[in-house]
Design a protein around this ligand. Structure first.
Ligand code: PHE
Length: 338
């Protein structure tokens, strides 16, 4: 006949084995090893035993307690890993994953990048200026008098403090000349703003690449060569370029530039793409005043400037019928340029 403690061990191990979940297992533990558990009870009973029996039963009690404890631990571990593999088995690896969408550059960004790359090959450096400008940089320094229509509140966005959203990137001509003496050869890509009535070809925000080249003996021929090279790189070797006399306050003479190319849709039509001209001596004088020197001596230096309409260029290059597409963020439109 085995000792009652051994019988308790047998039944405890059986019940542990049969315990279906963590709760049942805990119940078994309490029943045998809890404060009033049937195995624990043997601890109190020791005092009542014969002295020679005590060490034997004591050792057995320890053995049984340890064995039951260990079995409970193993059972718990087993059901934990069982649970884990059960839940893994529920994952359907044939389900499609979460797709990762790949972004792409906006067509205007692509257009600006292409334009910048062409001018960089001709040695133009990048210049920059703020979109929120002083009236002086946008108009006064560019020989545009107070009564010029471009300064009308109907044509320009003014801030309460008197600054404005630049109406052209020509502001960067002034900033570049303030920052460094001649010679200068820079381009300035960026946004410009006008209170235009918005339609298929007009937007309150548009984009330009400004160019400024100042050195000794710069002539209209250099301006023509530079812009012809640019448009041919962009639209192909058979692109025709036309310089139409125009008026800008800050250049003299001034030209509007049209291009025509068989490569373009609507082939034989002239499309206006830029304003340009030779930097007006009055601009040099105004810059000198601001610099406090005569670095830009109009007797010594000459230069050309241009402002290319990049939205227009992108529209004819990519055959985009409406300038409003650029700002609507419609993925059906944008994905065509991915
Ligand atoms: N700033 C002019 C415009 O936006 C373009 C221009 C630039 C003209 C440089 C001459 C020289 O219309």
């Amino acid at each position: 006949m085995s000792h009652p403690l051994e019988q308790l061990r047998e039944s405890a191990l059986r019940e542990i084995d049969a315990a279906g979940d963590a709760q049942a297992l805990e119940a078994v533990r309490v029943r045998y090893l809890g404060r009033n558990g049937s195995i624990s009870a043997w601890g109190d009973r020791m005092k009542t035993l014969d002295p020679e029996e005590r060490p034997v039963v004591g050792r057995l009690l320890n053995e049984v307690r340890n064995a039951v404890n260990a079995a409970i631990g193993q059972r718990a571990e087993k059901s934990r890993s069982q649970q884990e593999s059960d839940s893994l088995a529920k994952i359907d690896i044939s389900l499609p994953g979460t797709p990762q969408e790949r972004g792409s550059l906006h067509p205007l960004t692509q257009m600006l990048d292409r334009g910048i790359a062409i001018f960089r090959r001709m040695g133009f450096a990048l210049a920059d200026g703020p979109d929120i400008e002083t009236e002086w940089h946008c108009f006064d320094a560019l020989n545009t008098p107070r009564d010029h229509p471009a300064r009308n509140e109907q044509d320009t966005f003014y801030l309460p403090d008197g600054r404005l959203l630049r109406t052209h990137t020509s502001t960067v001509q002034i900033r570049a000349m303030q920052a460094a003496p001649p010679p200068i050869r820079v381009i300035a890509p960026g946004a410009a703003y006008r209170r235009d009535e918005v339609d298929a070809t007009h937007s309150a925000q548009f984009h330009q690449i400004e160019g400024l080249y100042i050195d000794e003996n710069v002539s209209v021929a250099d301006l023509k060569g530079t812009l012809e090279f640019f448009t041919r790189e962009l639209f192909g070797a058979d692109t025709a370029v036309r310089f139409r006399p125009h008026y800008f306050p800050f250049t003299e003479p001034s030209f509007e530039i049209d291009v025509r190319s068989k490569a373009l849709k609507g082939g034989e039509q002239w499309v206006e793409v830029a304003g340009s001209g030779m930097v007006h001596p009055a601009v040099f004088e105004e810059v000198n005043k601001a610099r406090g020197d005569d670095a830009y001596d109009p007797e010594k230096w000459t230069g050309f400037a241009f402002g290319l309409g990049m939205d227009r260029l992108a529209m004819i290059l990519f055959d985009i019928p409406d300038i409003r597409f650029f700002a609507q963020n419609d993925l059906r439109f944008l994905r065509q340029f991915a």
